[in-house]
Ligand binder design. Structure first.
Ligand SMILES: [Zn+2]
Length: 136
């Protein structure tokens, strides 16, 4: 493996570990995420549900917000580990992509992996959300 692949594997492993901490008593749909910053810091996130269902928060946004909250440098990659949705790898929702666009820009790399962390696909936020509003 080259350094790039090692970095991706480390990020996916962090997301997979965070997935184990997901709080999902209502859906049972475990999702974990991890953000890597331009200087190499990694922050995990896990989905957190609530009996007031609309208050649930995606793993990806928790990771992005946590990274911001501790003063990390700009995020450059976001990994999501989740069960497949309708047979295909699960990608971040539109809200999470918009937050990733705001904090990391359109070149931020999105890595998605299945629950085992084995099948991996990658794309940029700009590819996944090409017309998302950007800060000027
Ligand atoms: Zn989301």
């Amino acid at each position: 493996m080259n350094q790039h692949q090692d970095d991706d594997r480390e990020l996916i492993d962090c997301a997979r570990e965070a997935r184990e901490r997901a709080y999902v008593p209502y859906s049972g749909f475990r999702m974990g995420a991890a953000v890597r910053t331009v200087d190499g810091s990694i922050r995990p996130g896990a989905v957190v549900e609530n009996v007031s269902l609309g208050l649930a928060m995606c793993a990806e946004r928790i990771a992005l917000f946590a990274s911001t909250a501790v003063g990390d440098a700009r995020p450059v990659a976001l990994a999501l580990v989740a069960p497949r949705t309708d047979g295909v790898l699960t990608y971040p929702c539109g809200a999470c992509l918009q937050v990733a666009l705001e904090l990391g820009g359109s070149e931020l790399t999105v890595l998605v992996a299945d629950a085992d962390g084995d099948s991996v696909e990658r794309a940029t936020v700009g590819e996944l959300l090409p017309k998302g509003p950007k800060k000027g």
